[in-house]
Design a protein around this ligand. Sequence first.
Ligand code: DOR
Ligand code: ZN
Length: 350
Amino acid sequence: MSDRNPTRLTIRRPDDWHLHLRDGAMLEAVLPHTAAHFGRAIVMPNLVPPVVTAAQAAAYRDRIQAALPEGARFTPLMTLYLTEETDPADVARAHAAGIATAVKLYPAGATTNSASGVRDFDKVRAVLETMAEIGLPLCVHGEVTDPAIDIFDREAVFIDRVLHPIRKKVPDLKVVMEHVTTQDAVDYVRDHHKNLAATITTHHLIINRNHILAGGIRPHFYCLPVAKRETHRVALVEAAVSGDKRFFLGTDSAPHTDANKLLPCGCAGIFSAPNTMSCLAEVFEATGRLDKLEAFASLNGPRFYGLPASDETITLVKGAPVAYPAQIETGVGPVTVFEPGFPLHWRVEA
Ligand code: DOR
Ligand code: ZN
């Protein structure tokens, strides 16, 4: 970029490689926020009940398309929720029919609606081998569920106990380590080039664990994997702004109503769809690497998935702080929007 302090930035239309859209009234309320800025999104399958089969994914895709605002150009990329009963032939059919873009692995009990996830990883070996053969990526929620492991260590332990062994047993499997939160995960991805990439969320580039706990408990910053200490956040920012092709945006925007967040045992999830691009522009600008935003948000993801980058563009414009709502209304109650804690000067031009 020739201009050292640009006030306009045009990039290929970004994609979100990890997104929760939910269903019904919540879907209708949150989808327009993503579709306004993003061309495609990998849609998480952790509905109740989960999206396990090709038929369920096709039906969910149709519901998403029906909920799109008039004129929106947005393509949902569907995922199948991996269970110990998943049939490799159904996964292959979903891939061949263009229904599934990835399969999602939740360790059982790791997070929201993950009860049907995997307990015994050997039980899904046949599915993983089929996926490796047909080139269908596995998106991984990388946290162990062993209650003896400290919650802040669950990602690092997962790499040693689960991820590395799976990758050794099925080396041709394409794996996305999702929403990485640690220096350990960044290092692992950097050191293991073959068939491996990672998504990074907007909020993990901005908050550390103090934001959740210091000076009062802040449920709206609680998500899984939980934000770690500052050194880890800095490692994530370095990876994101580096331009390294193996790191790309997956917002993990995960709406829950305030009623469900503000409970004695509140839900995990941060809703960032409305202001994600503004937040990212601030983060990249602060490091002097605004020129790498396009690689992170628009180029590296499609490259890993073997898809073309968008042939459309969006333009971010810098000016007075952008107003965005503190909450959005949904048919099931208000949902709080991610509050980064600093003013956002970049807006996506309509
Ligand atoms: O914070 C999270 N929320 N992490 C997840 O893994 C799931 C997500 C959700 O579905 O709410
Ligand atoms: Zn998620």
